[in-house]
Each structure stands twice: as C-alpha cells, then as structure tokens.
Design a binder for this molecule. Structure first.
Ligand code: UT7
Length: 334
C-alpha cells in the first residue's frame, strides 16, 4: 500500500504596507481614544495600503518571500489558493491577479471566501489536494485591503478601529518526514449567524448592486454585533482546539505554540485561559497590525518562523473564528 503523503508548510512569508496608522491618528477622524482601542482590543497601530493597491499586490510580496524560503519557483506551483474578504474586484477573484503577477502561465488559481477563517479553510483544501496526491506544490495566501471599506466617521468606529491591511503566505508540499507536517484540519460554519458580521453591498439581492441610496445607507461598510461575535468566538475557538487535540491524541500541554486569528487580544487570552495554558505559549501581533482577517494567522506564523521561535518538531495549534459564522482549527508538527 502506498503511504499517504502528509502536507507540510515548507515556506512562509508576509507583507504589510509601510504606512502606519496609530490609534492617535484615528482619534483625529472619529470619536475614539487610544485607551478605548487598546483596552477593548489590544490594538495600538495598523497598516493601510497606499491608494491604487489591492490585496493581490500585498499577496505578491508575501508569496515571493514564502516561495523564496521554500526554494520553489512560481512556475513550479501546481495550485494557488487565495483567501480574502476584501478582493481586488467583485470578479474575477484575486487569485487571477496573483497568478498573473507571479508569471505562472496557466497554473490554476482558487479563490476562498471564508473571511477570518479563510486561511484555515484554505489549509484544509491544500491538505486534501496534497494528501490525495493531486498536487505537489500549493501556494496558500491570505491577504486583505480592509482600509478601503471602513467607515472612518464616528458611526463606524466600532469596526473601523479594528482592521488593518496585510498579507501572509505559505507554500505546502508533501513532507519528506512522515512525522512532520499538517496533522489535522477541522472547519465549521453556522450560516444562521451570517448577519451578525457582514458587508452587504455590492449585492445581487438589490438592483443595481450598489446605488447612491445604498451608499447613503452605508451598506458598503462592515456591520458587526461585536458582543455576539465575541461570545461565539470564545466558545467556538476552544471547541475547535479541543477537537484538534482529541483527533491527535494530545492534551493542551502537548502543544508548543498556539496561533490564533488576530481579532481581539481579549478573545485570544480568554481562549488560553479556557485551555489552562500560559499566555507565553501563544503569539499575537494584533497590537502592530490590527485584524487582518485571512492574513492574520499566516502573518503570525511567518513572524514566529523567521524569529527562530519555532523549532523542528514543535507542535503548533491554530484556530480562527469570523464572519459567516465560520471557524476552524489545525494542528501541525513543524
Ligand atoms: O475577525 C472577525 C471576528 N471579530 C471579532 O471576533 C470581534 C468580536 N468583538 C469584539 O472584539 C468586541 O465586541 C469589540 C472590540 C468590537 C467591542 O468591544 P466591547 O467591549 O464589546 O464594546 P461594545 O461594542 O459593547 O461597546 C461599548 C461602548 C459603547 O458605548 P455605550 O453604548 O456603552 O455608551 C460603544 O458605543 O463603547 C462604544 N464604542 C467606542 N468607543 C470609543 C464602540 N466603538 C468605540 C470606539 N471608540 N472605537
């Protein structure tokens, strides 16, 4: 019998635009304060991409870094997976942009629309592609240009202070060491809660998809029932982690590093508390980048890999929760 190859991350990369916006900068635009933002979310500053750029531009830089670390040429990729909730165009997806920028000829590109869980949904798909033997080299990117769709006036402050722009990428390949690689991925959705966090327009449920009336109503801006989302996140993320642990016959202590989606530092601290794990076993960068949705986890991963915090054999558990509602977990041995 031919052994199923395990998928393994062989390269990571990230990119954030150089333009920094601090909480103090936001104080000048709306009724908010550095104190409120820090206390409620842990965010101190975030990056906003320069006008004219889209998530695919940020994704390109992150992808180049990941390909370089992996020692893989873009022309050797079998599949590109692009996760974003802030695409360059309504259609085609941002994958088409990135595929062209990378000079990939006719390599397929798949777009994932699973918001803050987009990266882990993408990992689930990439794992299936590789373990089935269908593809050998997969580039998975999460990239966001949230800043374009934020309401920087006081009515939009509950959401706009939280989000930032950025990109994270990984290259996956069959592992040459059966012990190392992606051990499990678990993905979930509960669409009944889709209206608790959304951007409605442009929408094919209305004609035209976007109009002066819908713009005046602000339906092109994100709307969030923050407390509801928070409540579900601190329930679903520990649940998904517990599933990953059980699936792999592990206890929380067996995990060397927890990497969570960067929506709110308080959410991640609450999850670690439920797991009875010390905060030193997790890594956050939300204070510098805010919530970068699909890019958050691969950005954290790239930082811990490049700083040398992660060593071969380390067991890393990842989890996310976001709009949809969609949530997920993944376990890997580095
Ligand atoms: O990545 C996708 C998943 N997203 C999440 O997981 C986010 C989950 N939710 C959260 O992280 C938190 O609910 C928030 C950070 C969004 C909000 O924190 P909160 O402690 O739940 O605050 P709140 O929404 O209950 O608002 C408290 C107060 C309100 O004023 P009143 O009604 O008490 O007078 C808000 O109007 O804070 C006010 N407020 C603000 N004040 C200053 C809301 N936004 C701001 C702001 N600056 N930016």
């Amino acid at each position: 019998m031919v052994a199923t190859p395990r998928a393994r991350i062989v390269g990571t990369g990230m990119y954030v635009p150089p333009e920094v916006t601090t909480n103090y900068d936001l104080e000048k635009l709306m009724e908010t304060s550095d104190e409120w933002i820090r206390q409620r979310s842990g965010i101190v500053e975030r990056r906003y991409a320069a006008a004219g750029l889209g998530p695919s531009d940020l994704a390109l830089e992150a992808s180049k870094a990941a390909l370089d670390m992996a020692g893989v040429k873009s022309t050797d990729l079998d599949m590109i997976i692009f996760a974003t909730l802030s695409p360059d165009y309504y259609f085609p997806g941002s994958g088409a942009f990135l595929q062209d920028y990378l000079g990939c000829g006719t390599t397929p590109a798949l777009d994932i629309r699973n918001q803050c869980s987009g990266f882990l949904y993408g990992l689930n798909v990439a794992q299936a592609f590789i373990t089935s033997g269908l593809y050998k080299r997969v580039l998975l990117v999460g990239a966001e240009c949230h800043s374009r769709a934020l309401d920087f006036s006081t009515p939009g402050r509950d959401v706009s202070v939280l989000f930032g722009d950025g990109a994270g990428a990984v290259v996956l390949a069959p592992s040459d060491d059966p012990k190392r690689g992606i051990l499990s991925t678990h993905v979930y959705a509960e669409g009944a809660h889709r209206d608790l966090l959304k951007i409605e327009a442009p929408s094919t449920r209305q004609s035209p998809m976007i109009s002066p009336a819908s713009i005046a109503e602000g339906t092109h801006y994100p709307k969030m029932e923050g407390r509801q989302v928070f409540k579900h996140a601190v329930t679903r993320m520990p649940e998904a982690v517990a599933t990953a642990l059980k699936h792999n016959g592990m206890t929380p202590d067996d995990v060397d590093l927890y990497l969570f989606h960067q929506a709110n530092l308080r959410i991640n601290e609450a999850v670690m508390k439920q797991l009875e794990q010390p905060l030193a076993k997790t890594y956050n960068n939300i204070e510098r980048y805010g919530n970068c949705s699909a890019a958050s986890i691969p950005m954290c991963l790239d930082e811990v890999v490049r700083s040398g915090r992660v060593k071969a054999g380390d067991q890393i558990c990842m989890a996310s929760f976001g709009a949809g509602f969609m949530w997920a977990s993944a376990m890997m041995r580095w």
